[in-house]
Design a protein around this ligand. Structure first.
Ligand code: ADP
Length: 423
């Protein structure tokens, strides 16, 4: 059966966030890394294509998004979802608006919602104003974001500055009355000549009503919050979260690769070191041309059959600064990423089939080195970190379970407990 919902996310972690939400709401979901060259795997309800388009030049963001849409259409998706950040992160050139309009043109539709609300993460919209926790967007830390500073909280004005079509508002007074009222307001806005509706939402009940009102819309543009409200529009899917997260059982050798120096990972590495063998990758050695990759792989070879091993560059802020002052910040980061990615590849070649990677950039480097094209999303280990099964030619012969952990996520015993969530 073809997937029903086709999603385009403007960055990788945003894609993971949405994919996890869809699984929790009962859709069997894969996240693809960039626009795939092959058709989707079978028995999937939703596909999320993760792009890197949030801060890229607007023409590139539009082209990449249109290529993703094309693939999703060919895959048979019935509804399309452009996913951006719940703080509506957009460059001054405004990638959200131009991408949304290009997708609308390509889908032949002239009306779409724009709703970054994510109440569970305290992103709410009231009277068109986006709140981050207790403060409006422009008073939140987003005002200082290095790439996408947000200095206006009124989303009607933010979006209107980015698009040709008129932007209207579905006010909370309407949303609280439910799906029929929201649908009625959509019709009124269309009659008034609007092409976009910013939609107020302050709790998950609102998202359910908005989702139901969007059942017939070809395109939804939103944060990941709306994922709560869309799945029930699709017929023939059991919407069972446990079933959606069910992955084939994967046994086999276990390893942890940690390239994050965030405080949560420091704690997790310490707990893991106390119980299992660990190898420290030293950036200074790498900069001297020492074959650290070879050393790590030779070290791991006899240990792998005994239980999980860990290879980490994770170090304290003082140690990291010391290395950076000798090698430079960027070079240190790049050397470590490259080495950890090569070690991950070597470990998989030695038979590792359950791999945890800590660190966002580190995960990106590992996934690239392994030739992973996508991830089937499974059960969560901790909030925001699911087990996944890798899709891609290099891991095709033997299934590979991957848990890609953002640096600051997870409890201190994450590397110890994660394995039990796989069986
Ligand atoms: P996080 O998710 O915590 O931000 P990332 O993997 O995204 O983790 O980023 C961590 C960065 O720090 C990577 O570029 C990694 O290569 C680099 N790094 C890791 N260990 C060290 C170290 N000991 N010294 C210098 N840089 C390091």
């Amino acid at each position: 059966m073809a997937p029903k919902l086709g999603c385009i996310a403007d960055d990788f972690t945003g894609g993971t966030d949405l994919a996890g939400m869809l699984v929790k709401n009962g859709l069997r979901t894969v996240q693809m890394i960039g626009v795939p060259s092959e058709p989707p795997p079978p028995d999937i309800d939703a596909v999320v294509i993760a792009l890197k388009s949030r801060t890229s030049p607007v023409a590139d963001a539009v082209n990449d998004s249109l290529a993703a849409l094309d693939w999703l259409k060919k895959a048979g998706c019935q509804q399309f979802y452009f996913k951006y950040c719940s703080t509506f992160d957009s460059t001054p050139a405004g990638n959200i608006g131009p991408v949304a309009e290009a997708l609308m043109d390509a889908l032949g539709t002239d009306f779409a919602i724009a709703c970054p609300a994510f109440p569970a993460n305290r992103r709410t919209i009231y009277k068109g104003y986006l709140f981050v926790g207790d403060v409006p967007l422009h008073e939140s830390s987003m005002q200082h974001h290095p790439l996408t500073p947000m200095r206006e909280s009124n989303l009607v004005r933010v979006l209107q500055a980015q698009v040709k079509r008129r932007v209207g508002l579905v006010d909370y007074d309407v949303v609280r009355k439910g799906a029929d009222a929201v649908r009625g307001r959509f019709d009124a806005l269309k009659r008034e000549g609007c092409g976009f509706a910013i939609v107020d939402a302050i709790d998950d009940g609102d998202l359910l009503a908005i989702g139901a009102a969007c059942a017939d819309m070809p395109l939804v543009t939103a944060g990941s919050g709306i994922a709560v409200g869309l799945p029930q529009n699709f017929t023939g899917i059991p919407l069972d979260a446990a079933l959606a997260a069910d992955l084939p059982p994967i046994q086999g050798l276990q390893a942890v690769i940690a390239g994050s120096c965030s405080s949560a990972t420091l704690g997790q590495v310490a707990e893991m070191r106390a119980k299992h063998p660990a190898f420290l990758v030293d950036p200074l050695e790498l900069s001297k041309g020492v074959d650290v990759v070879g050393q790590a792989l030779s070290w791991a070879a006899p240990l792998l059959s005994e239980g999980p091993v860990m290879v980490h560059a994770t170090a304290t802020p003082t140690e990291v600064k010391a290395a950076q002052s000798v090698i430079g910040v960027e070079r240190a980061g790049a050397l470590v990423e490259e080495a950890l990615a090569a070690i991950a590849k070597g470990l998989v070649a030695k038979g590792v089939s359950r791999l945890i990677v800590a660190g966002g950039e580190t995960s990106g480097a590992v996934v690239k080195a392994l030739g992973v094209k996508g991830l089937r999303i499974g059960r969560e280990i901790d909030p925001g970190v699911p087990w996944t099964v890798a899709l891609g030619p290099d891991s095709g012969a033997r299934p590979l379970a991957l848990a890609l952990k953002s640096g600051n996520f997870g409890t201190p015993d994450f590397f110890l407990k994660a394995w039990s969530h796989l069986s």
